[in-house]
Design a binder for this molecule. Structure first.
Ligand SMILES: Cc1cc2nc3c(=O)[nH]c(=O)nc-3n(C[C@H](O)[C@H](O)[C@H](O)COP(=O)(O)OP(=O)(O)OC[C@H]3O[C@@H](n4cnc5c(N)ncnc54)[C@H](O)[C@@H]3O)c2cc1C
Length: 270
C-alpha cells in the first residue's frame, strides 16, 4: 500500500469503534467520510500513490485533462449537495450546449438531447434524425404503433432486446450501444433494462411506447444539460480551462479539439 489516511471525529479513546476502508476512490473516500463523521476511527488503504481512483487527471499535449469521470447526473441533487458541502460548488460548470456526441465508424454523430441511455424520446428530433438517417428514424417511429406488450414481457429483459424490438437496430447500434458501453462498460446484450433504466418498461405499459416512456422519465427529472447515462450532466471545470468552446463537428464531444477552451472529454477523445 502506498497511500494511507486516517480520520476520525473523536480521539481513539473517545470512540470505541474503528474501521478500515480498502480503496481510496470516490466510494472509499465517501465511506470513510461517513464513518469518520459518525465518530469511527477510520483508516483508508489505497494501493496506488493517489487518491480518487477513476476520478483523476492526466496531461495530454500540455493540457491537463480528466482521465475518468468529468460530469455527473443531476437527476438527484446528491453530487451537487456533496460538492457544496466540500466547498466545490463554484467549480461546477454547466455542460457545453453542443450536447453529447458519439464517434461512429462514419464520423461523429449527435446523441439525443432528450433521451435515456441514448434511447430517443422522439425519433424525429433533428439531431436524432441526423444520426439515424431517414430509414432509422422511420423504423424507430414504429415504436408508437407496436403493442405495449412488446418488450415488456418477462423474456425481453436486456437493453438490446427491448430497444431492438421497439425501435430497431440502428437506434441500438448507433445511439444506445455507445452510451451503454461508455457508462456501464458492458454490452447492452448483457445488461438488464430494469437494472439500468428502472421504470422504463412500466412506462411503456402505461404510455404505450418506448419513446413516450423515455419522454415521461425526462420530463419528470430534467433540469438542463446534455444526455448521458439517462440524464443531464454537469462538468467540473478542467484545470486551466478559460471558457467553453463553441460546438463544432470536428470533435465527437461537440467542441473544438485540443483548444484551451475545449472540454476535457472532447480533447481526450479527439
Ligand atoms: C474513463 C471513465 C470516464 C467516466 N466518466 C464518468 C462520468 O462522467 N460520470 C460518472 O458519474 N461516472 C463516470 N465514470 C465512472 C466513475 O468514475 C466510477 O464509477 C467511479 O469513479 C468509481 O469509483 P469507485 O471508488 O467505486 O472505484 P475506483 O475509482 O475504481 O476506486 C477504487 C480504488 O481502490 C483502489 N484499490 C483497488 N484494490 C485495492 C486494494 N486491494 N487495496 C487498496 N486499494 C485498492 C484502487 O487503486 C482505486 O483507487 C467514468 C469512468 C471512467 C473509467
Amino acid at each position: 500500500m502506498e497511500a494511507a489516511g486516517t480520520a476520525a471525529a473523536g480521539t481513539p479513546a473517545e470512540t470505541a469503534q474503528s474501521a478500515v476502508v480498502v480503496g481510496g476512490g470516490i466510494s472509499g473516500l465517501l465511506a470513510a467520510r461517513t464513518l469518520a463523521r459518525a465518530g469511527v476511527r477510520t483508516t483508508v488503504l489505497e494501493a496506488s500513490g493517489v487518491w480518487g481512483g477513476c476520478v483523476g487527471s492526466h496531461v495530454v499535449a500540455g493540457l491537463t485533462l480528466d482521465s475518468g469521470a468529468e460530469s455527473f447526473a443531476t437527476r438527484s441533487s446528491a453530487v451537487a449537495d456533496l460538492a457544496a458541502e466540500l466547498g466545490l460548488a463554484d467549480s461546477i460548470v454547466a455542460p457545453n450546449p453542443g450536447g453529447a456526441w458519439v464517434q461512429l465508424p462514419d464520423g461523429p454523430r449527435e446523441l439525443p438531447r432528450t433521451g435515456v441511455l441514448g434511447i430517443p424520446a422522439n425519433p424525429w428530433d433533428p439531431e436524432v434524425r441526423r444520426s439515424l438517417g431517414l430509414a432509422g428514424s422511420l423504423r424507430a417511429s414504429f415504436d408508437k404503433l407496436l403493442p405495449a406488450s412488446l418488450g415488456t414481457r418477462a423474456q425481453a429483459t436486456s437493453v438490446s432486446a427491448l430497444v431492438r424490438a421497439r425501435m430497431g437496430r440502428r437506434v441500438l447500434e448507433r445511439l444506445v450501444a455507445p452510451v451503454v458501453g461508455g457508462v456501464h462498460s458492458a454490452d447492452p446484450d448483457v445488461l438488464d433494462i430494469d437494472m439500468v433504466a428502472p421504470g422504463l418498461r412500466a412506462g411503456i405499459k402505461a404510455r404505450g411506447s418506448l419513446a413516450a416512456a423515455v419522454a415521461a422519465q425526462r420530463n419528470g427529472t430534467q433540469r438542463s444539460g446534455d444526455e448521458r447515462n439517462g440524464g443531464p450532466f454537469r462538468r467540473r471545470r478542467p484545470p486551466g480551462c478559460r471558457r467553453r468552446g463553441p460546438p463544432s463537428q470536428d470533435c465527437a464531444a461537440g467542441c473544438t479539439p485540443l483548444s484551451p477552451r475545449c472540454s476535457p472529454s472532447c480533447a481526450a477523445k479527439a
